[in-house]
Design a protein around this ligand. Sequence first.
Ligand code: GLA
Length: 382
Amino acid sequence: MINEFSSRFGKRPEHIFFCPGRVNLIGEHIDYNGGKVMPCAISLGTYLAVSKNTDKLLRFHSLNFPEKTELHLQESYSKTGKTWFNYPLGVINEYIQDGNALSGLDMVFYGNLPIGAGLSSSASIEVLTGFALNKMFGSGISNIDIALMGKKVENEFIGLNSGIMDQFAVAMGKKDKAILLNCDSLEYEYLPFEIGEYILAIINSNKQRTLADSKYNERFAECGKALKALKKELDVTHLCDIDLKTFEDHRHFINDPVLEKRALHVISENFRVGEAKKALKENDLASFGKLMYASHQSLKDWYEVSGKELDTVVEFCKSYENCIGARMTGAGFGGCSIALVKKNKFEDFCSEITGYYHERIGYKPEVFASEIGDGVNELNNF
Ligand code: GLA
């Protein structure tokens, strides 16, 4: 990356920053419904090699994509087509709108996260850019505010109604810890993620997520409608303010079977996060694993964001005795699943699941062991 930077710009980068991706252990499609989620940062992510320039130009290069661009410093920017640099550009735009000044920048990005696979490659590049600007121009923004900035970019610049989970996880992650985040109040705690003889496997279905953004926004809207119907009877702000018993007593007010299913997923998933926290605290991995399977089932049947690829992965995991829990992670519609697998059986797991999946889906998944890492940071001594 440094070589690439030097050959493109004729100098070494002044800084290198890194921002991870994330997996969500449990609590899916909960963040924009005001409930609790349990993500953690992983060791794969996005890097940025960057230097200031005096040319008043923003130069965007990537080692992952051929498109590069050069833009003059302006008072505002808008999204251009579907290109990768919309993410850093959206953050730069937001940074300027917040009243911060910046100089020209020479930038090379590189990511080793599978892109668009449910591991938050977009939150990773957003928070990375916000963190870099904050460090380089000394604006004193906290990591939580950088996460909020990334969410705003996602919602307003990119056009996806996502919640805060991804940006928060990659900005605030801690090695070997899961984050229990209340997405309404932004209160959070770190839970030790000690899984002893198990490892956390990530299985990328390699299924391209077509129409994922529009489906995501559709689910967001459906939750809003279900909430509106329940609000006629209940004094609540979010779907996640409702407990399972209250939901059972009032679900008939929704009057639309699809919206009822969506609400059932959200409210039951929020409950499962609480149970998962207890299980982790008691070091009861068997119960944690069962909650992962239940979460997947709910995402499949009630929220309908899974698909045959993700279901095939989880179906294999259920039949494999050295795996105690698995579920899709992230928005769904393709992308990745996670699984708790016995460490000493991991190689066997990889080859078994690859064969099983290939036979049924026609191509292979990618399987790797995940490390739980720290959030965004600057790399020194390069
Ligand atoms: C995507 C969004 C998150 C969250 C998850 C589903 O990753 O960016 O805000 O809603 O989907 O849990």
